[in-house]
Design a protein around this ligand. Sequence first.
Ligand SMILES: C[S@@+](CC[C@H](N)C(=O)[O-])C[C@H]1O[C@@H](n2cnc3c(N)ncnc32)[C@H](O)[C@@H]1O
Length: 399
Amino acid sequence: MINPHFLSEQAEYALYNADCLEVLPFLPNNTFQTIFADPPYFLSKGGFISKDGNWINNSKGEWDKAISPEEMDEFNSKWLELCKDKLKENGTIWICGTYHNIFSVERALKKCGYKIINIITWQKTNPQPSLTSGHFQYSTELIIWAKNATSKRHLFNEDEIKKIKFGKEMTDVWSIPAVKDWEKEFGKHSTQKPLALLYRILLSSTNAGDYVLDPFSGSCTTGVASLLLKRKFIGIEKSSEYYNLSIKRMADAENTDKQEFFKRKVFETADTLTVIINTVRNDVYDNSIEKGISYFRIGDSAGSLLVVPGFEKLGYVMFCSEGREPQLFKLKKRGFRIWSAEELRGKGFSPSHSKFYAVLFFDNTLPIPCVLTDYVKQKIRGGVKELLPVSLVIKKNHL
Ligand SMILES: C[S@@+](CC[C@H](N)C(=O)[O-])C[C@H]1O[C@@H](n2cnc3c(N)ncnc32)[C@H](O)[C@@H]1O
């Protein structure tokens, strides 16, 4: 193995500022549980396009300049061939693309002796407005998940992935927003991938302590996800600008408070569930679950419900109480009804703080098994009613 240009203090990650075609031959074989590759899509034709009277440069960078189909096939075959022996026996590789490069990648995968497991459609929940006309708005990218064709069994942490969906199977369509501002604190990369996407990829295909390789590491999103999940990471990036950005991002992501912040953000993706945590007295806990009714006082005093953006996505309620296991239930319908304290008393409750309450109805026949993230546990401990993962809706618990 040739020496990396940067090695972290505890050797959890190493970065090369070089061409991956030159570094890959020197990396050890049979080592990486997963390789994530976000190669050039070769879609930049240079030049400017006009939009609303402004000229916009639509080029991603020199490294992304369009090349001939033959050149693209040759390039994709070269790096995919070099990656193949680096994978562990049960290891897998993920490759990103759009129609510009993905068919070339597919041909190269076949040629090099890989087998496709899935093609993930990453649906961006906040796609860019179209810069040109005559087509539907572009809102997806594809990610091919493949393995060495001779590998019999590959690692897939299905149970871990189901936890994101509160026990449900995850499909091959992932709704995740494109990169947000909090991911660009140290500078921009023109084709940066969202942390939530890499987090999901590594969670599904690696275990703690495993080695992850990214031959086109850019701003090092894969490296940041590796740190969050305690995987070891090797990144290769040709551009010095992006290599320097990677060093800054990685140093920042070593901070444990920052890691908690990132994990919370990762769970704020569009297809995670929005849950309200209702921390109540033991008698209200039992009664609520028996009747399928959850309620909060209305008004602007402490302890009351504040309807904030994100409330419309609320689909679940989690009950917490002293000495009881938190229980999660699905709401029967979106939104809430307003009931008077009298109506609630008629249902066997004893509200005492307000004249009116917001009432949610949930399916009490079916508690949903779930694993609590550290963030949720911390919220429960705080005794705060909160809408997760979007924002705080209850100021304070007074029940
Ligand atoms: C699509 S971007 C990767 C973005 C990255 N996934 C992120 O989240 O920041 C591709 C990157 O590969 C780099 N690159 C292009 N050709 C390369 C090569 N032969 N070896 C190493 N890096 C290369 C480019 O400089 C660019 O930063």
